[in-house]
Ligand binder design. Structure first.
Ligand code: NAI
Length: 251
């Protein structure tokens, strides 16, 4: 049928890693990539193993219990990807945490935890995947930045700093890997309805919803759509960028 061409999956044969895949934006992204024919390795902390198993049996993916901030997580991950799949084509750095407090009240543990998970762990994983050429040619790296990294957000100095850092990170890494056809981008969502924002103060949450360009809280699927597009072969000319999605209409 002529329409079969239109609906052919865009990522057949590709191996994709999504961190923080047990729920929220990561889960929606894993589902969306699988829908395009990718084999998805769904990584999350051991405490989320039940959700991971349920997701993977639904999408035919591979569950992986991995705290990305653990000692030598990057090395173990690289070794596993080589052993099981011979490498990886798509890496979505989605896992992220918040530990909100005004800076004067924020203890060092909360500062370090957010910097480690949201930024240091990502760079460590990319170093391991790039140095051993585990990430194959024509590969795709997508980082989850945030509107908070562009515009700031009350009580989120640590979180905003990591999300802003990723904007510079993708811009700097992109030209260094362009010769191999690898693209490196970030997406910067506005307020998205997930467990992460459920713990925000009421006023912050309502403001996020009302300022959103889609006139309500965005959905994980809205972000997954952009991430998936950036991972397609046709997006090979887009690199080094941070693209906003469901952002605040005014900024
Ligand atoms: P979420 O809190 O609903 O899900 C995050 C997932 O990451 C959880 O399953 C969690 O267990 C996992 N995770 C946390 N630490 C981990 C670690 N050390 N190793 C492996 N997995 C870990 O979060 P949500 O809302 O889905 O956010 C996903 C990403 O999008 C985060 O990076 C977040 O900062 C970013 N983002 C979210 C926005 C929102 O409004 N929800 C807006 C902008 C960015």
């Amino acid at each position: 049928a002529p329409n079969a061409v239109l609906f052919a999956p865009m990522l057949p044969g590709k191996v994709a890693l999504v961190t923080g895949a047990a729920r929220g934006i990561g889960l929606a992204t894993a589902e969306r990539l699988a829908q395009e024919g990718a084999t998805v390795i769904c990584a999350d902390v051991p405490a989320a193993s039940r959700e991971l198993d349920a997701l993977c049996s639904r999408i035919g993916g591979m569950p992986l219990e991995l705290d990305i901030a653990a000692q030598d997580a990057a090395g173990q991950l690289a070794a596993l990807l080589v052993e099981r799949f011979g490498g990886v084509d798509i890496v979505v750095h989605n896992a992220g945490i918040t530990r909100d407090k005004t800076l004067g009240k924020m203890d060092g543990g909360a500062w370090d935890a957010v910097l480690n998970v949201n930024f240091a762990a990502i760079a460590a994983i990319d170093r391991a995947l790039l140095s051993g050429r585990v990430l194959r040619d024509e590969g795709r790296i997508v980082c989850l930045s945030s509107i908070s990294g562009v515009a700031g957000n009350f009580g989120q100095t640590n979180y905003a700093a990591t999300k802003a850092a990723l904007i510079g990170y993708v811009a700097a890494l992109a030209p260094a890997v362009a010769a191999r056809g690898i693209t490196v981008n970030a997406v910067a969502p506005g307020f998205i309805e997930t467990a992460m924002v459920a713990k925000m103060p009421f006023m912050t949450r309502e403001l996020g919803r009302r300022l959103n360009s889609v006139q309500q809280g965005g959905l994980p699927r809205d972000v997954a759509e952009l991430i998936t597009f950036l991972c397609t072969p046709g997006a090979h000319g887009i690199t080094g960028n941070t693209i906003r999605v469901c952002g605040q209409g005014l900024i």
